[in-house]
Design a protein around this ligand. Structure first.
Ligand code: MN
Length: 192
């Protein structure tokens, strides 16, 4: 996979604007059955899984060498849906190299990037087509789809950053995002 593109000389690649797909990228899929402990209502998540184990999100990676100076980029496609009142979201992560920034660029759909650092500072960024979001160094990030269509984003970050999913898996984020009376609402997630 790492030799599929010429990372030394550079290359061009197309991504589908509405679907986020690219025929040369490697796809990773996350189904609702793989999202244990992510949503507040675990009983409802399991009930939905029994009915149908839906695809919640997928990302298309190009397999950049994990070297300093290289950039990892690709697309994330987060499908619309809810567990109870809580919108579908990605698991979210810190980077192993904590001081890593990341760029997201909205290609289609609407939602939010929920970010927080280890000091407990929270930043919530709206994401929509044609707008870029810069996630600051040290901020964990999670994408939330609050629309009715797939939320498709291009991402770019340093290729040697690594991923720390564990911290979020254990603690969750400081905010949850739900639909309340037809509006998007963020509320405090009481952890531990
Ligand atoms: Mn990231």
């Amino acid at each position: 996979m790492k030799n599929r593109f010429d990372w030394e000389k550079g290359f061009g690649i197309d991504f589908d604007l509405s679907g986020g797909h690219s025929k040369n990228a490697e796809v990773t899929r996350r189904y609702l059955s793989q999202m244990e402990g992510v949503f507040a209502d675990e009983t409802e998540r399991k009930r939905q899984c029994r009915k149908e184990d839906v695809l919640v999100y997928e990302f298309y990676e190009l397999g950049a060498p994990e070297d300093s100076g290289d950039l990892s980029f690709g697309t994330t496609v987060l499908y619309p849906g809810k567990v109870g009142k809580e919108y579908y979201m990605t698991k979210g992560h810190f980077h192993t190299i904590l001081d890593t920034g990341e760029v997201y660029y909205g290609l289609s759909g609407t939602g939010y990037l929920l970010t927080e650092n280890k000091a407990g500072d929270i930043e919530i960024h709206k994401i929509c087509p044609g707008e870029a979001v810069y996630v600051g160094k040290g901020y964990a990030h999670r994408t939330i789809n609050t629309g009715d269509t797939p939320l498709v984003m291009l991402y770019v970050f340093r290729a040697d950053a690594g991923h720390d999913y564990e911290t979020i898996r254990e603690n969750g984020f400081l905010r949850r995002c739900v639909e309340k009376d037809g509006e998007v609402e963020f509320f405090e997630n009481h952890r531990g």
